[in-house]
Design a protein around this ligand. Structure first.
Ligand SMILES: [Zn+2]
Length: 292
């Protein structure tokens, strides 16, 4: 079977849940699933290179029936073989490679190359993840602002002009249903770049209060949110854009989002400093509540 020659076209960045498309390739995986690759999809896949937002839940329907999608992962091929998730041997965007959304369904599912299928991502799961992801970006900007006076040297600025602590220190970001968990390494290189890591653990409650107050002010603005894309290919550059009263915030992002901060009733942050093999790590956990 031939492998696709171009990136999967994706419609989830604009909020789509449904897609109708042709199956370009199916391949059994080593764990007994079937990887299904379509021309277009509305299904958000997890990206092993930066696994912040988990895959959508949902189904694929073919003429033969309805099949649950157990997972969806970013896959890649150079035309010879299909590599899934963490087995992709090259960086995203590498010349000569195409990047694909692989929907993983149970082995034996009656889906074949050439089939016209309907893809449906579950609306409730998507909304909970979009809620968590929008809250996560907003909280990162609020955190950068709350920590701005802890820098003694000029640092790269974030979208709103604060020193970009998030960009400098983040080690992992996990989007959860209606929440997020970001981890920041308070290591020597951060200290050398001018950030005062020493006093932070004692000031966590003041930082939390500042971040919470900033989030409340931003939510009250009801600012519109959108995802801007250079194209509809999986690896085309996309950004989260939020028109805050302080300016337009723009953060590179491959995930899904709400349409407006007015949809959020609250984003509640909490902080802890934990130890990771001798390196202090700041954890920011956010709980985002949707307005009903
Ligand atoms: Zn994002």
């Amino acid at each position: 079977m031939t492998l696709p020659a171009g990136d999967t076209r994706v419609t989830y960045p604009s909020g789509a849940l449904h897609a109708t498309s042709r199956v370009l390739h199916v391949a059994p995986t080593t764990d007994g699933s079937l990887a299904v690759i379509t021309e277009t999809t509305s299904f958000h896949p997890v990206d092993a290179a930066w696994p912040d937002q988990p895959a959508d839940a949902g189904v694929i329907r073919s003429a033969a029936g309805e099949f649950p999608v157990r997972d969806a992962v970013v896959a890649a091929t150079d035309g010879d073989a299909l590599h899934l998730g963490a087995d992709i041997p090259v960086r995203t965007g590498t010349e000569g490679w195409v990047f694909l959304v692989a929907h993983l369904v149970d082995g034996g599912s009656a889906i074949a190359e050439g089939d016209e299928v309907e893809i449906e991502a579950d609306a409730a799961t998507r909304r909970a993840l979009s809620t968590g992801h929008t809250g996560c970006h907003l909280a990162s900007l609020a955190l950068n602002r709350a920590l701005a006076d802890r820098w003694s040297k000029p640092a790269r600025e974030d979208a709103l002009g604060s020193p970009d602590f998030d960009g400098a220190a983040i080690s992992s970001s996990r989007i959860l249903p209606n929440g997020s968990l970001d981890r920041y390494r308070l290591n020597k290189s951060l200290r050398r770049s001018g950030f005062d890591t020493a006093s932070l653990p004692a000031d966590l409650d003041a930082v939390r209060q500042q971040v919470a107050d900033q989030l409340d002010r931003w939510l009250a603005s009801g600012a519109p949110v959108r995802v801007e894309a250079d194209g509809d290919g999986l690896t085309d550059r996309r950004s989260w854009v939020c028109e805050l009263p302080d300016g337009t915030a723009r953060i590179p992002c491959g995930g899904t989002h709400l349409d407006s901060l007015a949809e959020l009733a609250a984003v509640v942050p909490s902080f802890a400093v934990v130890d990771d093999a001798g390196t202090p790590v700041l954890e920011m956990a956010n709980v985002a509540r949707i307005r009903h």
